[in-house]
Design a protein around this ligand. Structure first.
Ligand code: SF4
Length: 281
C-alpha cells in the first residue's frame, strides 16, 4: 500500500492529525498534477520512493492533508486509474466535499474500479453532517467494484462519542464495507493535543470491548495500531498489522511473546509518551 500524499493542506483541524501544522500543509509544486503523475510513473518503474508502504504494489492510497481539496483531483484519479488498471485505488478523505452529490459522482466515475473511499467520521462535530452526507452519496452512487468504508480515530473526546456515532452509522450508512477504529499516532498536530496524548491503549481497548457489538452493526470491524495484548479475546482477532516496521518497537516484555508475529508492535511515539508498562505477553 503506497501512500501518496497528494495534497498536504486540509480545511479541518482534527486533534488526532498526524500531519504537521504549518509549512508542511502548504501545497507545493510537487503536488501539481504533472508532478504527481511523473512520480507515480517513476514509482511504477521502481525509480521513485514514497515515504509510507513503498514496497507494497497491490494498491495505491491517495491521502493528504485532504486529497479532495486538490484542484485537479478528478484528472488525478483518472490518471491513477489509467496507470494502475486492476489495482485497488483507495481515497482517504474526510468526505465533506463529497456531500456535493455531483462531485461525488464525478469522483466515482474518474476512479473506476477497484476503488475504495475510506471516509473519516471522527472529525470535529462542526461539519460532521457533511462527512455523513458524503459517505451516503458514495454509497448511493457507487458502481460494481467500488466500496465505501468508515474510519474513526480515537482521542479522549472521540472515544466518548463513539457509541452514539456507531448507532448512527448503522442506521444512516447501510452497506459500509468496513469500520476501522484507529488509535492515534502521536505525531504532527496530535503531539500538541491533550485530547490525543491523554488517551492510553488499555483505556481505549476497555471501552471498545463494551462497544464491540454496536460497532459491528455499522460494518465489519477492524482495529488499527493496537498491540494484541491490550485487547480482550473478542477483539484480538480484529487487530490488523497496520504500521510500517520502522515505526514500531517491541519492549523487553515482548521477548518470548507467542503473539508477537501477529502483533503490530508499539508505536515509537506512544512508547516515548506513555512508556511500555501496559504491554505484557
Ligand atoms: S507483549 Fe509485545 S509482542 Fe506481545 S502482544 Fe504485547 S506488545 Fe505485542
Amino acid at each position: 500500500m503506497a501512500d501518496v500524499a497528494v495534497w498536504p493542506a486540509c480545511d479541518v483541524a482534527c486533534a488526532f492529525c498526524s500531519n504537521p501544522a504549518g509549512e508542511y500543509r502548504r501545497p507545493l509544486a510537487e503536488h501539481s498534477l504533472p508532478s504527481l503523475v511523473r512520480r507515480l510513473t517513476r514509482w511504477k518503474a521502481g525509480l521513485e520512493r514514497f515515504h509510507k508502504f513503498d514496497a507494497a504494489r497491490d494498491n495505491v492510497t491517495l491521502t493528504g492533508g485532504e486529497p479532495t481539496l486538490h484542484p485537479r483531483i478528478l484528472p488525478l484519479l483518472a490518471a491513477v486509474r489509467r496507470q494502475f488498471p486492476g489495482v485497488l485505488v483507495r481515497l482517504l478523505t474526510h468526505g465533506r466535499r463529497l456531500a456535493d452529490a455531483s462531485f461525488a459522482k464525478r469522483v466515482l466515475e474518474a476512479a473506476g474500479a477497484p476503488f475504495e473511499a475510506a471516509v473519516n467520521l471522527s472529525g470535529p462535530e462542526d461539519g460532521l453532517e457533511r462527512s455523513f452526507a458524503g459517505a451516503l452519496n458514495l454509497l448511493c452512487l457507487r458502481r460494481p467494484g467500488q466500496r465505501v468504508s468508515a474510519r474513526y480515530v480515537l482521542t479522549r473526546e472521540t472515544l466518548g462519542r463513539l457509541g452514539p456515532l456507531a448507532a448512527k452509522m448503522a442506521e444512516k450508512l447501510p452497506g459500509l464495507s468496513g469500520l476501522a477504529v484507529l488509535f492515534p499516532e502521536f505525531e504532527g498536530r496530535a503531539l500538541a493535543s491533550p485530547e490525543a496524548l491523554g488517551l492510553r491503549l488499555t483505556e481505549a481497548a476497555t471501552v471498545l470491548e463494551d462497544l464491540a457489538p454496536a460497532l459491528s452493526k455499522a460494518g465489519p470491524l477492524s482495529l488499527y495500531h493496537f498491540p494484541v495484548c491490550v485487547l480482550g479475546p473478542r477483539l484480538r482477532p480484529l487487530a490488523a498489522k497496520t504500521l510500517d516496521d520502522a515505526k514500531v518497537v517491541f519492549s523487553l516484555a515482548c521477548r518470548g511473546c507467542r503473539r508477537r508475529a501477529a502483533c503490530v508492535g508499539i508505536h515509537k511515539s506512544y512508547a516515548r509518551v506513555a512508556g511500555c508498562g501496559e504491554f505484557r505477553p
